[in-house]
Design a protein around this ligand. Structure first.
Ligand SMILES: C[S@@+](CC[C@H](N)C(=O)[O-])C[C@H]1O[C@@H](n2cnc3c(N)ncnc32)[C@H](O)[C@@H]1O
Ligand SMILES: [Zn+2]
Length: 286
């Protein structure tokens, strides 16, 4: 119980809305409730579960625990830090008032990026949602340990549990979304940053798995948004043999197609490859 005491701002006013009837939620320390008395418990780690069972398409939707743990291992080892700095520069450029604002990371996974955002933008309120409960639990626990009051919820990015026009900037890093929902939760000046793998991302690994490497197409501009710009982050990637290589393979779905001999060989030898991320920025159309 004591761990919840670091989160006094969880109590109203809240921008979360009821995932069942869309009325505003009133937040208290142990739960959130709407005027229709739909109640949602807050977990020990501080997150809300706003994914009603009727919105679940499987028992445990989203990434599996083993993938989330692998991603935690690999990201904490710092391999994506260059991309993160690149992303932060873009957020600094886009936030008109860097002294405040609400940032939402959709498909936040185990929370590496949202935790880093909380540290980089201390005056902002940081929100994270993911459909995988084990990811949100890991993210919320890490935020507690770091003493960061990040508001996490288990929720789908296809039905975001936020009030209209309540968010200033959304990041979507390798995660699905629905244009209408992004447009709805962003305010009139709101921005969206989409991070996707570039054509050279893990190109060495991909060549070992696929006979043909398909072209990466730029994502279409989401409807209701204007395109602001695009930038690349590319860097060499050296991963030593052992647990870091094993984590990269476990968190990279296409590598599951590899035979066990190649996988063992890579884990034994490590790998040299390339990182390539593309960042696309958009603003809500006026
Ligand atoms: C490749 S991971 C990226 C996680 C995180 N953004 C990162 O870069 O570390 C994709 C994430 O999207 C989540 N996801 C998949 N479908 C989702 C949905 N409908 N709503 C919210 N999250 C979803 C998965 O559970 C997973 O955590
Ligand atoms: Zn309700």
């Amino acid at each position: 119980m004591t761990c919840l005491m670091v989160y006094p701002s969880f109590v109203s006013p809240s921008i979360f809305r009821c995932p069942i009837c869309s009325l505003p939620l009133t937040e208290a320390t142990t739960q959130a409730v709407c005027a229709n008395q739909h109640q949602f418990d807050r977990a020990r780690e501080g997150y809300l579960n706003l994914l009603p069972v009727q919105h679940k398409h499987s028992k445990e939707p989203g990434d599996a625990k083993v993938q989330l743990q692998a991603r935690r291992h690999f990201l904490q080892a710092g391999y994506f830090d260059g991309m993160l700095s690149h992303l932060f520069s873009r957020i600094h450029e886009l936030l008109s008032d860097s002294d405040g604002g609400r940032l939402l990371d959709i498909g936040c996974g185990e929370g590496h990026f949202s935790l880093a955002m909380a540290k980089e933008f201390p005056a902002c309120a940081i929100y994270g949602v993911d459909i995988a409960k084990s990811g949100v639990r890991m993210a919320a626990r890490a935020a507690q340990v770091a003493g960061q009051a990040i508001r996490y919820a288990v929720a789908s990015s296809y039905a975001l549990p936020f009030e209209d026009a309540s968010i200033d900037l959304v990041t979507r890093i390798y995660a699905p979304s629905k244009d209408e929902e992004l447009r709805r939760v962003l305010n009139a000046n709101g921005c969206l940053i989409v991070v996707v793998p570039g054509v050279n991302h893990l190109i060495g690994l991909r060549r070992r798995v696929y006979a043909d490497i398909r072209d990466h197409k730029p994502p279409p501009t989401p409807s209701g948004f204007e395109y602001l710009g695009h930038s690349d982050y590319q860097a060499g990637l050296t991963v030593p043999a052992g647990s870091d290589t094993a984590a990269l393979l476990a968190m990279t779905p296409f590598s599951w197609r590899m035979g066990s001999i190649l996988r063992q060989q890579l884990e034994r030898d490590g790998l040299e490859d390339r990182l390539h991320f593309e960042l696309y920025s958009y603003r809500v159309c006026s």
